[in-house]
Design a protein around this ligand. Structure first.
Ligand code: AMP
Length: 218
């Protein structure tokens, strides 16, 4: 049983690393962004609420996100653990996990610089159905513009346009960055149980980062 949180700004490589870890550890990636995009695509009530918020690069309200994640981690496929990618994004979200008795073993922070991210996200392409992530420059698909597994077209996310990216980074600084301190303090506290905190240089290549993470948690 191992429960992980991947922490870092948009474009830090959380989704890419989560996909690699999922294969290695056999625990599901829980990407709240992917869940919301699926809801938007399916036109559910949640999707209708979330769409304009997401397109603007803002955060969906905490109560909605907390309920979504609590339900998700209670599913049978999480019995041996899970990886949270994109959650928590605020202190109340992190606090809600603790209040619900959902224990986290490791918080893995991917540390990246802002200009690097803006460049990275401009060339990011995604396969919506699977959540697979590519980068036209750094991690290109085998056939340009096509998903490696299904051959279906890749798209650029609406919120990966430069102006929205800058706004999302601003939201990250204000709302999510405080979690670095929150989890650092928790890791150093004598509260039982508490997660270990791991910082990893997210500007290195994908394979090296993956290895760093495995070394840190095994
Ligand atoms: P992501 O794919 O993680 O970058 O998420 C895309 C968008 O979904 C974000 O910009 C938010 O609008 C929304 N979102 C995803 N996760 C959360 C969360 N934990 N709290 C609030 N909004 C979220």
């Amino acid at each position: 049983m191992i429960n992980l949180i991947l922490l870092g700004p948009p474009g830090a490589g959380k989704g890419t690393q989560a996909h690699l870890l999922q294969k290695e550890l056999g625990i599901p990636q829980i990407s709240t962004g992917d869940m919301l995009r699926a809801a938007v695509k399916a036109g559910t009530e949640l999707g209708q609420k979330a769409k304009s918020i997401m397109d603007a690069g803002k955060l969906v309200p905490d109560d909605i996100m907390i309920d979504l994640v609590k339900d998700r981690v209670a599913q049978p496929d999480c019995a041996n653990g899970f990886m949270l990618d994109g959650f928590p994004r605020t202190i109340p979200q992190a606090q809600a996990l603790r209040d619900a008795g959902i224990n986290i073993d490791y918080v893995i922070e991917l540390v990246v610089d802002e200009e690097g991210i803006v460049k990275r996200l401009a060339s990011r392409r995604v396969h919506l159905a699977s959540g697979r992530v590519y980068n036209e420059l750094l991690n290109p698909p085998k056939v340009p513009g096509k998903d490696d597994v299904t051959g279906e077209p890749l798209i650029q996310r609406e919120d990966d346009k430069e102006e929205t990216v800058r706004h999302r980074l601003h939201v990250y600084q204000n709302q999510t960055q405080p979690l670095v301190k929150f989890y650092h303090e928790l890791a150093e506290s004598d509260q039982v149980p508490h997660p270990k905190y791991i910082s990893i240089d997210g500007m290195r290549d994908v394979g090296k980062i993956h290895q760093n993470i495995l070394d840190a948690i095994q």
